[in-house]
Design a protein around this ligand. Structure first.
Ligand code: NI
Ligand code: MN
Length: 226
């Protein structure tokens, strides 16, 4: 699968000919200033929780492209009230088969209030199963025992985990998370964007390789086949 990183927790994955964009936060992100949001044409926008740094560009992209927003019920309702018709509401533990593959909304330990103070439901992550492979987008989360449920149902090929610490788990916990989800290919996200989450890339990669795991850090705007 082609995985493109747009900074922070914004990742695009091409699956079965469809383009899925996760947690678009590009225009407010100084580190992603060379990414042109107008050039993105996702079929789906998956949003893990209600925080601004995960949905800042979602409304504009959805209105321009007609992409379907997939998120929890509270967040899809919020976007509907902004005039976006193509939404698919979900809730934790539920899965739905889309035209690219199956999506399950799983638990994240975090918060989820929307930018205007509206209740954004509970934060989540997504497990995607497709003919081309399976992966997990964790969203913003602490290390949680619930991650152990994922490999009981899905054999993951790779996982996108937050590694920036302070607001989410850091490198040490992400390594344990990769044990819990039984997946040794981890794409790091949610680091460097703000002062609180700046990390040492080499140290992070070394910590993973010491446990015979790979931490993939994709340069912003670049694509990797995983
Ligand atoms: Ni958050
Ligand atoms: Mn965040």
């Amino acid at each position: 699968m082609k995985v493109t990183y747009f900074g922070h927790a914004c990742v695009q994955v091409e699956v079965n000919g469809k383009t899925i964009l996760f947690d678009p936060f590009i225009t407010p992100n100084e580190l992603a200033k060379d990414v042109d949001v107008e050039e993105l044409s996702p079929d789906y926008i998956l949003i893990s929780h209600g925080h601004e740094d995960h949905l800042a560009d979602a409304e504009a992209i959805a209105k321009r492209t007609g992409a379907t927003i997939v998120s929890n019920f509270e967040i899809t309702t919020w976007f509907q009230q902004k005039g976006i018709e193509n939404v698919h509401p979900m809730n934790h533990g539920g899965a739905w088969s889309f035209d690219f593959g199956k999506v399950k909304l799983v638990k994240a330990v975090h918060s989820s209030t929307l930018p205007d103070g509206t209740n954004g439901g509970n934060p989540g992550g997504f497990v995607i199963e497709s003919e081309e492979g399976n992966f997990y987008f964790a969203g913003d989360t602490a290390l949680t025992m619930d991650m152990k449920l994922i490999p009981m149902f899905t054999k993951l090929d790779f996982a996108l985990l937050p590694i920036g610490d302070n607001f989410t788990m850091g490198v040490e916990e992400a390594i344990v998370a990769s044990d819990f989800i039984e997946c040794n290919t981890i794409v790091g996200m949610h680091f460097d964007t703000f002062g609180y989450i700046v990390i040492d890339h080499d140290k992070a990669k070394e910590a993973f390789s010491n446990k015979n795991k790979e931490l993939v850090l994709i340069e912003i705007g670049k694509t990797k086949n995983i």
